[in-house]
Design a protein around this ligand. Structure first.
Ligand code: ZN
Length: 498
């Protein structure tokens, strides 16, 4: 194959490290940035010229934590705690056919890329348990849209209702029976099926990889977690888990294990440089140090943490300790838009509530670095994506400076972080190819996607009446139990209370 050269001219580069609106040309060979050169450097003869007049050019944003499987469930809940969200999971999983899973992934990928996201870590729930066939369909959806992804199937060998100690015993007999009838999938079956998917995974050539997402520490037996660690070591895949997301989780961890969840997972050998912990709201100082010492990563999801009322993660403490922190949107059911600009702005804002000293707060540069280089590290792809630099993939976002948020354009990096809402994203390039051009997605017929989603959601709703009544019968009981348990005092000085 002969090499293709292209050059992006007249754009102004913005990142959290080197550029704040600098006018420079980007020379691209095939899918990779070859050089960043002065606008006066002669243009190579064979190069295709891409004019980026009136554009700010950012590294593609990287979503460190999302769940593509629930993109069909937008608007499903309002005053949901994390526990009420988990209680509603039958509505977003049980009546999904293969084509619904693939459609949900496509919808999520389209939404992300229209908002300038070029890679994500998708913790996809593949009910009743992950299989090669459906993960392959999810991977194919990402390939069609044209963004990079780690697809980490959510895994567990317990259900939410049986995992929270004592909760099931407080439920009336008929509801208890319905839950027990749901069948927890045997851990060995889950692990074997995921091993099969990893062995036969066809999408790595398209930068779509598999990962492992044992979902929540006490939703999995210790032996299940250890099997995940073995799989990760055997195949070099990454692990991602929700860690100390809500106060209830921290309380349950103390109750079951007599220590923090971080300490517990570390004891099982999970916490390592291939491990990403999502949320991390309820950590103590030694948990943070432990994550730093092991070279583990945090996926910070500020919009989700606010929406579900779980708290605010101490990102400055994490960065100070040397923990790598990326930024995620989380899912359509808990933080609504899969919009990294919203997540960045929220990350900057919520960092300001813990301390009056602005030195402690996250700056625009801090959060842009977290959403690019930081998130790239959570995916283990930091040598390939997340920067505008030679030898990095040409994953770039072109922002239209004629959008209202840039009039006037005083400080590009600050305006991108504090004012951009995604509406300024005009073009998006992944690996040197435009996947979004003039706000239109290239790989997917948008109108066809809309009509498929409409058909699919109508069918799923019709099929879910018994799940709906079970979820609504359970909700007040689950809420009462979980709120009560959440009021348990955590060991003094072990946790940094907000
Ligand atoms: Zn999550």
């Amino acid at each position: 194959m002969s090499n293709t050269l292209s050059i992006i001219r007249n754009g102004r580069l913005v990142d959290g490290r080197n550029f704040n609106g600098d006018s420079l040309n980007i020379l691209i060979e095939n899918d990779t940035i070859l050089e960043i050169v002065s606008p006066h450097t002669p243009i190579p003869k064979m190069a295709t010229v891409i004019d980026a007049k009136d554009a700010l050019i950012l590294p593609g944003l990287i979503n460190a934590h999302t769940h593509g499987d629930v993109s069909l469930a937008k608007g499903l809940g309002d005053r949901w705690s994390l526990e009420l969200l988990l209680n509603a999971s039958p509505l977003t999983s049980e009546n999904f056919r293969l084509q619904d899973k693939s459609l949900a992934a496509r919808l999520a990928a389209v939404e992300m890329v229209l908002y300038g996201c070029t890679a994500c870590y998708d913790l996809f729930s593949d009910f009743p348990y992950p299989t090669l066939q459906s993960l392959e369909a999810v991977g194919e959806a990402y390939r069609e849209v044209g963004i990079r992804a780690i697809i980490a199937p959510l895994m567990a060998d317990r259900t939410f209702w049986t995992a929270v100690p004592g909760m099931i015993d407080t439920l009336p007999k008929d509801l208890r029976q319905k839950i027990l009838d749901m069948n927890e999938t045997p851990g060995d079956l889950v692990i074997d099926s995921v091993r099969d998917a990893i062995r036969n995974w066809p999408h790595a050539k398209d930068s779509i990889y598999l990962g492992l997402a044992p979902t929540i520490p006490y939703h999995c037996e210790a032996s299940f977690f250890m099997s995940c660690r073995k799989l990760a070591d055997e195949f070099g895949v990454r692990i991602h888990s929700h860690l100390a997301e809500s106060k209830l989780q921290a309380v349950v961890g103390e109750k079951l294990f007599g220590c923090s969840l971080t300490e517990y997972l570390d004891g099982l050998g999970i916490v390592s440089s291939d491990f990403t912990a999502a949320h991390c709201v309820w950590l103590n100082q030694s948990d943070i140090q432990r994550l730093a010492d092991r070279g583990a990563h945090v996926a910070h999801n500020p919009t989700s943490n606010l929406r579900l009322g779980t708290g605010v993660a101490k990102t400055r403490e994490m960065l100070k300790a040397g923990v790598n922190v990326g930024i995620g949107t989380d899912a359509s059911t808990c933080s609504d838009a899969l919009n990294m600009f919203e997540a960045m702005r929220m990350a900057a804002y919520v960092s300001r509530i813990h301390q009056p000293d602005p030195e402690y707060w996250l700056s625009a540069e801090d959060v842009l670095l977290m959403a690019t280089e930081g998130s790239a590290k959570t995916l283990g792809l930091e040598n390939h994506i997340g920067r505008i630099a030679p030898n990095y993939k040409a994953d770039l976002v072109f922002i239209d400076t004629s959008a209202i948020q840039y009039i006037p354009l005083n400080n590009p990096v600050r305006q991108v972080v504090f004012q951009e809402n995604g509406s300024g994203v005009k073009d998006v390039m992944v690996g040197g190819k435009f996947v979004v051009r003039n706000r239109q997605i290239n790989g997917v017929d948008y109108d066809d996607l809309r009509s498929q989603v409409s058909e699919s959601i109508t069918r799923i709703r019709e099929a879910s009446t018994s799940q709906e009544s079970m979820v609504s019968d359970l909700a007040p009981l689950v809420n009462h139990f979980c709120v009560g348990l959440s009021r348990t005092k955590l060991p003094i000085n072990r946790y940094i209370e907000s």
